[in-house]
Design a protein around this ligand. Structure first.
Ligand SMILES: [Zn+2]
Length: 520
């Protein structure tokens, strides 16, 4: 009861804070943001080859014919992670399955302001991708905002540094320098640029994800000092955000939360018109080069559970109707960015998707009777610590910090009450569901005993080719968890995070040496 009372007390503040973060709509565009002349893009596919190099191209990777290519629908969410925002996502995805019977995974671009860390842990352990959206939600961010978010998510949510691969700039506001900061911190990809020209236009900028070996080819008309070969960062990936288009075509793009926009030049939202153009844009991708399409959400806008919510049930029903319809098409997969990128780096035809690891679902083998604070609700019940900071309280498995993490101090010392022992942060050689931060033990350190694959064969001849429908039994939480505990990855990642290396090393030494050090 204490937990809920605390949240009730602070709910008004949480609401205000979340609203502040999304008032300025991320990524509104009104027409094409690039052109062939502005991009000056040149890339030789004979020299730029997968898996580490891919030219910006409207055609599928690996020379595959579109008929052999699955249609990916990327699902992302941005900003704080709260129970309200996870409720909003669950009402769209929790009941669905991909063609192999696996629950849907998505990517959450997380800002730690107003975030409840323990829900980040749970969401990650359930198989979703946690990515970086800066600590305090600032556009054109300095390194401290990007790297500080990595450190806070690692220390207080137990997300392995190696698992945080992606970045999206708040307000989609980035510069040339942003990409270099991301590469310095060993990110794998950015997803902040816009695909703004329909796939049916010969000059479409709906490129499959590509590397920056030859610079960017998107947003060349709107962002200074990019394109014509810049920024040149070999092996670093860009996953464009693919707009939907209403009846106005390239003059009617809708990028994020399209359900909040009026369509066709109208002045009020019309769910019928929105559903219509979302289906039309999907069909253009599906019948063409199968470029991915994306639902890029700010889930707070469609959450019915936060106090004072004005979310529209009709809006939510429309999105579900769209997803139901999408899942009735053959070979459609709703995925996270990391799942999409795994396929692009190693594209296999539809006939081989059965054995494609990134699309499988594997559950960690942890008995539900074990009491361990590990991101699995059944295991961690009663073990969470409550960190009661005045502007927003949060919970964590990994010990409350003495002050709220900030860009200047992303990893404050742990607060340890008299007579209690400090908790131990996730080490690099254990993965989140197996790490006991109270005992300081890893339940399992070999890769062989850790996960059970729950994926089913993809049915022949279309027998099982569509995803589940919403009337099926609620599937609790998505369940894919990849093994991320590669020894040494912490040090490798840390070496790329400028200016904060000493903080990280101290954290790790503390964890290894024991509780006394962490008390400092
Ligand atoms: Zn944002």
């Amino acid at each position: 009861m204490g937990v809920f009372a605390l949240f009730a007390t602070f709910s008004f503040l949480l609401f205000v804070g979340l609203s502040d973060l999304v008032v300025a709509q991320d990524g509104g565009i009104s027409g094409p943001t690039t052109s062939p002349a502005a991009s000056g893009y040149q890339c030789d596919p004979n020299r730029c080859k997968l898996p580490s190099c891919n030219c910006a191209s409207a055609s599928p990777p690996g020379g595959l014919d579109p008929s052999e290519v699955p249609q990916f629908v990327v699902f992302t969410a941005d900003d704080a992670i709260q129970s309200y925002t996870l409720d909003a996502i669950n009402q769209l995805l929790a009941q669905r399955m991909n063609p192999n019977g696996c629950p849907i995974k998505m990517t959450y671009f997380t800002s730690i302001s107003y975030t409840n860390y323990t829900l980040v842990t749970d969401w990650y352990v359930a198989g979703n991708e946690i990515a970086d959206h800066t600590m305090t939600h600032v556009g054109s961010p300095p390194a401290s905002e990007i790297d500080g978010n990595l450190i806070a998510l690692n220390t207080l949510a137990g997300i392995p540094l190696s698992a945080i691969k992606g970045f999206r700039a708040p307000y989609l506001n980035y510069t040339n320098a942003t990409f270099h900061l991301l590469a310095d911190a060993n990110f794998t990809y950015d997803s902040s640029v816009t695909s703004s020209i329909p796939v049916t236009d010969p000059d479409t900028d709906a490129y499959w994800p590509y590397t920056l070996d030859y610079g960017l080819a998107n947003d060349c008309l709107t962002t200074p000092n990019i394109c014509k070969g810049q920024p040149q960062i070999p092996g670093f990936w860009e996953i464009p955000m693919y707009a939907f288009f209403d009846d106005l075509g390239e003059d009617g793009p809708h990028l994020m939360d399209p359900w909040l926009d009026a369509a066709d030049g109208d002045s009020t939202v019309n769910n019928t018109a929105t559903l219509d153009y979302m289906k039309n844009t999907f069909t253009a991708h599906y019948n063409g080069n199968k470029q991915p399409i994306g639902l890029y959400t700010h889930p707070i806008h469609i959450s019915l559970t936060y106090p004072g919510s004005d979310a529209s049930t009709a809006n939510i029903n429309m999105i579900n109707e769209f997803l139901d319809w999408v899942q009735e098409q053959r070979d459609v997969w709703i995925v996270s960015n990391e799942q999409l990128l795994a396929w692009v780096q190693n594209p296999v035809p539809i006939s081989q998707l059965d054995s494609f690891d990134a699309l499988k679902c594997k559950t960690p083998d942890v008995d539900s009777s074990v009491q361990i604070c590990n991101g699995i609700p059944a295991n961690e019940a009663g073990l969470l610590q409550e960190c009661s900071f005045p502007d927003y309280p949060f919970f964590t498995c990994y010990g409350c910090p003495q002050s709220e993490p900030s860009p200047s101090n992303p990893n404050p010392p742990q607060q340890v009450a008299t007579g209690q022992q400090a908790r131990l942060r996730l080490p690099a050689n254990c993965s989140t569901p197996f790490w006991d931060p109270i005992a300081g033990e890893c339940l399992c350190t070999s890769t062989a005993c850790q996960y059970t694959d729950q994926s089913l064969p993809i049915g022949p001849n279309g027998a099982n080719l569509t995803g589940g429908n919403p009337s099926e039994t609620y599937q609790s939480m998505p369940t894919l968890v990849l093994f991320n505990g590669v020894p040494g990855d912490f040090a490798v990642r840390a070496s790329g995070i400028s200016g904060l290396v000493s903080t990280l090393i101290l954290g790790i030494v503390g964890a290894a040496a024991g509780r006394a050090v962490l008390n400092l």
